[in-house]
Design a binder for this molecule. Structure first.
Ligand SMILES: CC(C)(COP(=O)(O)OP(=O)(O)OC[C@H]1O[C@@H](n2cnc3c(N)ncnc32)[C@H](O)[C@@H]1OP(=O)(O)O)[C@@H](O)C(=O)NCCC(=O)NCCS
Length: 190
């Protein structure tokens, strides 16, 4: 089996690790361009998920795109996080060219509760199922590591309300809750 076959079988996460390893151990001036060219054929055509808990040089492109989107859409209901607090994350769905398709700001309220604090899909990408896909990914991943309550408190009339209902969230007062029980651990296919 050749190297290309092996690389194609690796997950995006592992490829990212490999990329970082090569990046760190390589001393060529234009090493980033070299690695990008080498990796291009093995970047699959599917979209992928990216979790960011700290802004650094590896996610500069996303940071730049996010600022541009927020400025262009004149978004006022959410503030760009210069520093991401320790219990929070920004989780993105990106396409094969690393273009943002949708993102969610999540807060780990307690060990068991993860709250969807704010979600956003750029205007020209809405109603394609991107935000739903992202939430399903998060629920599927985090339930495996002990989160049992996925919550959200959308403002009145927010577009995310029908989305939460579609995903099976139940309204408890102002809060929408998706509670994991042993009976519904595998409803999502991702
Ligand atoms: C809310 C938001 C993130 C949804 O993103 P999206 O990627 O377009 O959502 P999806 O395509 O995954 O929607 C999945 C389902 O949710 C529901 N839904 C999503 N947007 C909806 C809307 N504007 N009106 C009614 N239902 C909607 C639908 O049931 C939809 O399925 P369908 O298209 O097959 O009918 C997006 O509209 C947005 O960024 N809005 C502005 C910011 C905002 O209001 N954020 C929410 C506050 S936290």
């Amino acid at each position: 089996m050749d190297i290309k076959d092996n690389l194609q079988k690796m997950s995006k996460n592992d490829l990212q690790w490999l990329y970082n390893d090569i990046y760190k151990s390589n001393t060529y001036k234009n090493k980033k361009e070299i690695i990008d060219i080498l990796m291009k054929p093995i970047k699959t055509s599917v979209n992928s998920f990216l979790e960011i808990s700290k802004w650094d040089k590896n996610n500069k492109n996303i940071q730049k795109q996010l600022k541009k989107i927020l400025k262009e859409d004149k978004l006022t209901s959410w503030q760009y996080l210069k520093k991401i607090p320790a219990n929070q994350k920004l989780i993105f769905l990106i396409d094969k060219y690393d273009i943002i398709l949708s993102f969610i700001h999540v807060t780990k309220v307690t060990k068991e509760e993860l709250q969807f604090s704010f979600s956003y899909t750029p205007k020209d990408k809405r109603r394609k199922g991107y935000n739903k896909q992202l939430r399903e990914y998060i629920i599927n991943k985090y339930q495996k590591i002990g989160v049992s309550d996925f919550t959200s408190i959308p403002f009145d009339g927010a577009n995310s309300e029908p989305l939460l209902i579609k995903l099976g969230f139940k309204k408890e007062g102002k809060k929408y809750v998706y509670r994991i029980s042993t009976n519904n651990t595998s409803i999502f296919t991702i």
